[in-house]
Design a binder for this molecule. Sequence first.
Ligand code: DOR
Length: 444
Amino acid sequence: MKREKEETNIKNSSLITNHSSLLIKGGRVIDPSSDLDEVTDILIENGKVVKIGKTQELKSKNLNVIEAKGMIVVPGLIDMHVHLREPGYEYKETIKTGTEAAISGGFTSVCCMPNTNPVNDNRTVTEFILDKARAEGSAHVYPIGAISKGLKGEEISEMADLAEAGCVAFSDDGRPVMNSEIMRRAMEYAGALGIPVISHCEDINLSRGGVMNEGFVSTELGLQGITRVAEEIAVARDLLLAELTGVKIHIAHVSTAGSVRLIKEAKERGIKVTAETCPHYFLLTEEFIRGYDTDTKVNPPLRTAEDVKAIREGLKDGTLDVIATDHAPHAIADKMVEFDYAPFGIAGLETALSASLSLVEEGVLTLKELIEKMAVNPSKILKLEKGILKKGADGDITIIDINKEVIVDPARFKSKCKNTPFKGLKLKGIPLFTILKGIPKGMH
Ligand code: DOR
């Protein structure tokens, strides 16, 4: 993404390293949780919001001021689905580089999936991640623990221990839990702990060997397809298990029209389900794979124009509660192979906001709805007590310039991963400041 140095509209910016006060002046403040949409000021002291309303700029050495006229000021964005790769795959990403990418993309909090090495299926790994995040992280990090030991889908992990150590959800993301009995028991345990289960929906017997969506294009390209039903069967099963157990399920990375329909019907029937999708599923189709560019290889795969339409409708009508990135970094060398052999996954943190703002531009979502899906709802689902801008809340804030156009340039990514299907595309809107507990961390 093009990161031109902005003309600085922050006074004292280089001095902001501690918890001095921060006044954000004259921005359009949107806080969906309190229905606030108003041009006003926000004062943050000692990391907390102390006032929302017109504020006199008192002469004080310790007061830093951001002139936010013409900017959008929202609760810090939360990405509930990222892969930080540490421990074990530090050549792809680390907690340090992944959280720097988060800040660069406007995210103040990220939730990291457990498919690390070792897998985050025990408290030692959770504690390692939290310690590392405290020492080297730029954004807040919330670990997600594994549903099953070693992500093997055979034996449930030490869920109570993981929860106590700080995991905010359970998931085997990257792989499904194929055994329905294990999934049922996992949901019951997680339900008793009050912690949501995030399901990677994929029937691997149907998807095995596939590298892209199954259909006309996969036939033309000579690539093995993954039927949409591989996802939808798993979604249907998990909805039935949510009904059976009465336990909440969150469906990860929804990519098909059928999944949207199933989730919508389940919600109408009162089943406790929430769901997310990612920017690549509402902006791109399988047509992008025609050049065999491995930066278009994701799991679930890019689908068809009808799916994109259904995903957008699902976002609009509330079937899809969350926009997450599924930031799944790989090393450049990993991806510089034939399409068949490349791993699934792309960088997402540094393009998600700009890409998602196109939904506002096109009238699919209002700005308020977008912020609900990128901050408020993830916080509610995972009980993070963030995503709000009221007196007493954490001073985690994202300031957005919705008019600035950028050409996506992976060379400028903070992430180690440079693989993005959005490269070279012109997008509109960037996070101008990402503020963590009152401290501006990222300034574009
Ligand atoms: O594309 C993906 N990459 N999808 C997943 O579910 C896992 C992820 C990864 O870990 O690389």
